[in-house]
Ligand binder design. Structure first.
Ligand SMILES: Cc1cc2nc3c(=O)[nH]c(=O)nc-3n(C[C@H](O)[C@H](O)[C@H](O)COP(=O)(O)OP(=O)(O)OC[C@H]3O[C@@H](n4cnc5c(N)ncnc54)[C@H](O)[C@@H]3O)c2cc1C
Length: 605
């Protein structure tokens, strides 16, 4: 009997906008257990020892090299984290797969290849395959004997994936589907053995199929000439009367969108974790360079403006890492609690629960994707600047990292699409009563009418910042409440407004995750030991609060006019009130922490 997935009290997807968890309730990198750390270590060692020495050849697309390295990763168990043990996988928990992804992501080309194989190329079979399909394909995908790819996009249909023109027709004997069409931008396209192909049966019902490379009529095209991730394969895939046995239909006729969107949920979270790994490597590279490069008679790392860059790279990285591991911990707890709630633990039920949990945390996954990819772009850009002219030269690793980073804002749903989705999903949950946003907005309206209160404030670690975060949540309710009242079901058409609200949501999750992690570190190790992290959290929250205020001003100005606008702006001013923070001094402290280790200073903390 299927069991309903329940997430533990207080950790429902999107609930961070309404609740204030205690520091001890959030998962942080300091909570990684030895097994999880070992998995991360093996992944990192593999990339450093087995992949990085081949970068030149990988970037030049030396035939056979990339699939060979994927298979090597498979032999070491680095491909099978998402596959249950029954099918030859490692069946890793969510936190373990997160650190595995992070540590494999030092080199963009390999990170993307791994994600396309172990994530979007394999998970459709894990989550939606029949028992026969799982038994046939998963053991081979787990070891890398077969490599996977995911074929959704088409030349005319990327964001608008449902506009697919690829067709599937059942043969008169009912034994095969015949697929015709063209897929575009397919990662691992050049050498995959299994393609998850989306096509419309009868030109209408979007459905998913497992297509083997050896089936007649499927043919990858030439490698695309890309801006970056040259160390990955991206090709079109042509389907000309491709004959697919009927038992290779994945999931149900006309339910391809369910496969596609659930898999993208998983992929988006993974992309955020990958951005953390990529940016740690770039920060370490840049930090070392600031010691080596001399100008005006001293190391460039002695200049305030170089230190400020290192500090800000570390601070933004800290915020994203805090969000990612907090979400991973929430997902893992939800998965574990689902299997406690009456499940007998069979593989099918576990998979169903995993999918429900991924859906539950779809908002956090979109946030991970957008915020992670934009953080990575910031970090690589600053690294190029730190390297000066050498940063613009292909012989230096930050140049490649800069090019490799850019794709992350485009695939797995562009950042524009994900910004829209964040608000769309929140509104759907609010309307469906799963998330009590409407009562919270009404309560806030009463609070506004009652005028300012003089609540006692706590004087613990980061107490002022905790108040800032709580007030930002009120700012979100104020802005979003006004937007819903004015535009109702037409809100989705007001894209600029929706994006402003989405930016506020993301900042809140990032601020609160940073806050709770730093408080937890201070509780665990004492304030002095956690000081650089506390400083990072203070800077981040101070700057993020500015951004929240800016976005709220834009939103409120678009929603009201006349006296109402004046009233709403004064309410915003009240919620946005905060003491000034000396972020210059605090960034110097964070920079000193980076420079003392030549790398990201909060690893495992
Ligand atoms: C290197 C690489 C690897 C890839 N790997 C894969 C893969 O393995 N499998 C796969 O299926 N696909 C893959 N893709 C495709 C990728 O997912 C798409 O490129 C992406 O979804 C965007 O689609 P598009 O390129 O058609 O852009 P479009 O959809 O044409 O978008 C163009 C612009 O319009 C904006 N836009 C579109 N619709 C809206 C809207 N409703 N509101 C506001 N703005 C909008 C977009 O945000 C974007 O800025 C890959 C792409 C690249 C470049």
């Amino acid at each position: 009997m299927a069991t309903a997935t329940t997430t533990p009290q207080g950790t429902k997807g999107g609930s961070f906008l309404l609740e204030s968890p205690r520091p001890e309730d959030v998962f942080t990198p300091a909570d990684l257990n030895d097994d999880q750390k070992l998995i991360g270590q093996s992944a990192e060692e593999f990339v450093i020892k087995e992949v990085m020495p081949h970068i030149k050849n990988l970037e030049a697309k030396k035939p056979g090299l990339l699939p060979e390295l994927v298979k090597k990763a498979g032999e070491l168990g680095l491909l099978s984290g998402g596959i249950p043990e029954q099918y030859g996988g490692a069946g890793l928990d969510k936190v373990a797969t997160t650190i595995l992804t992070e540590k494999l992501s030092i080199y963009g080309g390999f990170a993307v290849t791994h994600g396309a194989h172990a994530g979007i190329g394999t998970l459709p079979i894990v989550y939606f395959g029949t028992e026969e399909q799982k038994k046939k394909y998963l053991p081979k995908l787990a070891t890398g004997e077969w490599i996977g790819a995911y074929c959704l996009s088409e030349p005319q249909a990327g964001s608008d994936a449902q506009n697919s023109l690829t067709r599937a027709e059942l043969t008169p004997d009912g034994q095969h589907y015949i697929l015709n069409g063209q897929k575009m931008w397919i990662t691992n396209g050049g050498f995959a053995d299994i393609y998850i192909v989306f096509a419309k049966i009868g030109g209408e019902k979007l459905s998913a199929f497992i297509v083997e490379r050896t089936f007649p009529g499927i043919k990858p095209g030439n490698e695309e000439h890309k801006m970056g991730i040259h160390g990955s394969s991206t090709t079109p895939v042509f389907l000309e009367n491709c004959k697919v046995p009927k038992e290779n239909l994945l999931h149900e006729v006309g339910r391809g969108h369910i496969v596609a969107f659930n898999i993208l949920n998983a992929g988006r979270f993974t992309l955020g974790a990958s951005a953390v790994g990529g940016s740690k490597y770039v920060l370490a590279t840049a930090a070392k360079y600031t010691k080596e490069r001399k100008a005006f008679g001293k190391a460039i790392g002695d200049f305030g403006l170089m230190r400020e860059k290192l500090a800000e790279m570390a601070i933004q990285l800290f915020a994203v890492e805090s969000m990612i591991y907090r979400s991973a911990g929430n997902m893992e707890t939800a998965m574990a609690s689902a299997s406690h709630n009456g499940s007998d633990g069979n593989a099918g039920e576990k998979i169903q629960n995993t999918m429900k949990v991924l859906e539950e945390y779809a908002i956090e996954s979109s946030i991970a994707k957008v915020y992670g990819s934009e953080m990575l772009d910031f970090v690589v850009d600053e690294a190029v600047q730190i390297f000066g002219g050498y940063g613009f030269h292909e012989d230096y690793p930050v140049c490649r990292a800069y090019r490799d980073s850019r794709i992350n804002r485009i695939f797995e749903g562009t950042n524009e699409i994900n910004r829209m989705l964040i608000i769309q999903m929140l509104m759907k949950r609010a309307m469906g009563g799963q998330l009590a946003l409407i009562p919270a907005a009404m309560k806030l309206a009463d609070e506004i009418l009652a005028g300012p209160s003089f609540e006692e404030t706590d004087d613990g670690v980061l107490a002022a910042e905790a108040t800032v975060v709580a007030n930002c949540k009120k700012i979100f309710l104020q802005s979003a409440g006004g937007a819903v009242q004015k535009f109702r079901e037409k809100l989705a058409d007001e894209q600029e407004l929706v994006a402003a609200l989405s930016n506020i949501v993301m900042e809140i999750y990032a601020m609160e995750s940073s806050l709770l992690r730093a408080q937890k570190a201070a509780d665990g190790k004492g304030q002095a030991a956690a000081q650089p992290m506390i400083d990072a959290a203070r800077v981040f929250i101070s700057d993020a609060a500015e951004r929240v205020e800016h976005e709220a001003k834009r939103a409120i100005a678009a929603l009201h006019e006349g006296d109402m606008l004046t009233t709403q702006m004064s309410v915003l001013k009240r919620f946005a009130k905060r003491a000034p923070v000396d972020t210059i001094a605090l960034r110097r402290n964070v920079a000193a922490a980076v420079q003392s280790q030549d790398r990201y200073p909060f690893e495992g903390k």
